[in-house]
Design a protein around this ligand. Structure first.
Ligand SMILES: [Zn+2]
Length: 378
């Protein structure tokens, strides 16, 4: 019997120029905004946003969020607006949640904290992505790094779903090619992992079916010519669809590894996912052929291979090759470039095996299979 649940941001506005609607939406939700942003001051000006500003340089840490909650309290902020990539959005999301639940991130963080559930709804939170990748504008978790533990952990609650997500592809026109590549590969990874996830449902399937062809036709184009608004629009939509899918279907082995690798090494999340994706896909397909050859998950890989390669007769095995070629065209570095060595495998495998993302993987992988993914991605 089918049973599923689906939850997302209360309101989603998508389209070129839609950032002009943010200021009015902020006024509807509060009178004292805290603006959480990366290096996007120009976007704040374009959007006509004024208020206290919290800068997020790099991926958010527990300390940054703790300081952010303190700043929000001092400023008497009653609405949090995040303008930026996944880092700024996750920081804003965490601050909005903690502002109404007590200020200490470690009380609520998974893995390294107490993992308590948020008892109260978050302060109103608006997410305005300026990259096309994480889909964080429609997810219910915020990934925070703890440099002293050398891990990343999530703050997770249905209360963290943004009140409003405004996705304006024009905001991504100035993204450098390397960020276009890594964030775009994150969106692709999320669409593919949600599509073959054991927790996929008919609604998330629809988002993945819509999203995968957008990446196939537009990621290379956006990488080569950042000013191509049609390609940028496809990628912003693909990223949004990937967020809608992953928040409700879960992910898989790539994201299972991405969290511990991101905690231990200084590497962008999307680039880690990209380096792992062809190899995790190949290992998953081989495991399915060996242990579940007639199952639905292998057929799903085959369908994805046909969609992405554009070849209606493609077999699942053509998918890893296509992904490898895409990584090559986008200049994705291998994992060794971040300092990852075989000596780190045991630790990474044991952390990945216990991660929440791994629970969505289409088939349980053995320890040698998990090591194989890392070895091939070096
Ligand atoms: Zn991701």
């Amino acid at each position: 019997m089918i049973r599923f649940e689906f939850a997302t941001a209360a309101r989603i506005v998508f389209g070129a120029g839609s950032v002009s609607e943010v200021a009015a939406a902020v006024r509807e939700l509060g009178s004292r905004p805290l603006l959480v942003t990366g290096s996007d001051s120009d976007v704040l000006a374009i959007a006509g946003l004024e208020g206290a500003i919290l800068r997020v340089a790099g991926e958010p840490t527990v300390g940054l969020v703790r300081d952010g909650v303190r700043a929000a309290i001092e400023e008497k902020a009653d609405v949090i607006v995040a303008v930026g990539g996944g880092s700024a959005i996750d920081a804003g999301k965490a601050i909005a949640g903690l502002l109404r639940n007590g200020p200490e991130p470690l009380d609520y963080l998974e893995v390294i904290g107490k993992g308590r559930a948020l008892a109260n709804p978050a302060a109103p939170f608006i997410a305005v992505p300026t990259t096309a990748g994480t889909g964080a504008e429609v997810t219910r978790n915020a990934v925070l790094a703890s440099p002293e533990h050398r891990v990343k952990a999530s703050l997770r609650s249905p209360y963290l779903l943004p009140r409003l997500a405004v996705v304006d592809p024009e905001l991504t026109l100035a993204l450098p090619a390397a960020i276009t590549a890594s964030t775009g590969m994150d969106a692709l990874t999320q669409l593919l992992e949600a599509w073959v996830s054991v927790r996929a449902n008919p609604m998330t399937d629809g988002f993945c079916r819509e999203g995968l062809p957008l990446v196939a036709r537009s990621l290379r184009r956006a990488f080569r010519d950042g000013s191509d608004l049609l390609a940028r629009t496809d990628m912003s939509l693909a990223a949004l669809l990937s967020g809608l899918a992953l928040a409700n279907a879960g992910l898989g082995a790539v994201h299972g590894f991405a969290a511990p690798i991101g905690g231990m090494f200084d590497a962008p999340h999307g680039a880690i996912c990209a380096a792992l994706l062809p190899h995790a896909t190949a290992v998953n397909i081989a495991a399915l052929r060996a242990r579940d050859p007639n199952g639905e998950r292998l057929r799903r890989y085959e369908a994805a291979a046909r969609t992405l390669t554009g070849n209606a007769g493609a077999s699942a095995d053509e998918l890893p090759d296509w992904l490898n070629a895409l990584c090559g065209d986008l200049g994705i570095p291998a994992l060794a470039s971040y300092g990852i060595r075989e000596a780190h495998f045991a630790d990474l495998v044991s952390q990945a095996a216990r991660s929440s993302s791994m629970k969505g993987n289409p088939i349980p992988l053995t320890e040698p299979e998990l090591r194989q993914i890392l070895a091939r991605s070096l």
